[in-house]
Design a protein around this ligand. Structure first.
Ligand SMILES: [Ca+2]
Ligand SMILES: [Ca+2]
Length: 347
């Protein structure tokens, strides 16, 4: 954006159907008329509107007003602007392009931030594809290797929250420690209610923590209604109406599941209509997608992450080893482990 120092207004490319620029009172990063592409042009820079593709033109030498020329012309001095900016003006872009980042199977936190910025600049119709792909590029978070090893098996909550925040491009404020251990410290300052017995078991705290500590917007947690086991149509409709639009918009989803007697929390990363089910990052291990689950049965026997992984201070952006990454759960299994369960959409 190009914002005037005196007025605080944004240079907007949209007056008279895009023929003239003007100052808009409220700069908006999601308004393409306020976004400009600045690229070298001869000894200066051309300044092109993202919304219209028109070039800022100085108007000639007959006191014509500055206006928007239909197309940028290389070498046209009326399209060349010298930018008197702090630090000497824009440099050529140092980051990677979206195509380069998209080739990588895993992204660091800085790359995730950059990826999301590049996707946000795409036309809205193109964003969903990339947001859905980004879900698979975010590192895997394992709760059983946490620094707080003695409570690690109760840390699906903060571990999944760390994974969700990382997907949203939120940096770990203490990079020398695992993000989930840092979140554990933070959440212990929150209170809880009812039978939850610890702040990390209280769903409201996940929503509040994300908002207050990291500025992540969310509507608060919601409850999925109960439904009969085996009602595949119900879960398909629920996912289609409630979760898939959020994934398409680049949001993160954490949900409670009854894969263990005391309940568990995973990150929903994809809806796979071809195979018929959802894909999750499960911080505990690889729950077996097999029928006959009940809230009293664990489907992890022999498929949990080991606890002997060293408590390395995993840098955000590195996979923590484990077998719960990108795990597929069929619709029929979903009907056994979802229902009357809380979930939270972040971002
Ligand atoms: Ca961990
Ligand atoms: Ca994953």
């Amino acid at each position: 954006m190009i914002i005037n120092k005196a007025t605080g207004f944004a240079l907007d490319a949209g007056r008279d159907g895009g023929k003239y620029p003007y100052g808009y009172v409220n700069p908006m990063t999601n308004n393409d008329y306020h976004l400009w592409k600045v690229t070298p042009n001869g000894s200066g820079y051309q300044i092109v509107s993202k919304a219209t593709g028109r070039a800022l033109d100085a108007g000639g030498n007959t006191e014509n007003p500055v206006y928007m020329y239909p197309n940028p012309i290389s070498g046209n001095s009326y399209h060349q602007w010298n930018l008197n900016l702090p630090g000497g003006g824009p440099t050529t872009q140092t980051g990677s392009s979206l195509a380069e980042l998209d080739k990588k199977s895993r992204l660091t936190i800085d790359e995730i931030i950059q990826y999301r910025q590049l996707v946000a600049n795409l036309p809205s119709s193109q964003r969903a594809t990339y947001y859905r792909r980004l879900q698979y590029k975010v590192p895997y978070f394992n709760q059983r290797d946490n620094g707080y090893r003695n409570i690690a098996d109760s840390m699906c909550n903060v571990t999944t929250l760390a994974a969700c925040l990382t997907f949203l491009g939120i940096k770990n404020p203490q990079p020398s420690r695992q993000f989930e251990d840092v979140l554990e410290d933070i959440i212990q300052n929150y209170s809880w209610h009812g039978t939850d017995t610890n702040p990390r078991y209280w769903w409201k705290n996940f929503a509040d923590l994300a908002r207050k500590e990291f500025g992540v917007s969310n509507p608060g947690f919601a409850m999925m209604q109960g439904f009969p086991v085996g009602d595949v149509k119900f879960i398909e409709n629920f996912v289609k109406e409630n979760w898939e639009p959020s994934l398409n918009n680049g949001k993160a989803i954490m949900t409670s599941v009854s894969t263990t007697s005391y309940g568990h929390i995973v990150k929903v990363i994809d809806i796979d209509w071809q195979r018929g089910g959802i894909v999750v990052d499960d911080p505990f291990g690889k729950a077996q997608d097999s029928p006959g689950n009940s809230s009293g049965k664990s489907n992890y026997t022999n498929f949990w992450n080991t606890k002997d992984r060293n408590p390395v201070n995993t840098q955000q952006g590195q996979d923590e080893g484990g077998i719960g990454n990108d795990n597929f759960w069929s619709w029929s299994y979903c009907t056994e482990i979802l229902g009357a369960t809380p979930y939270l959409i972040l971002g």
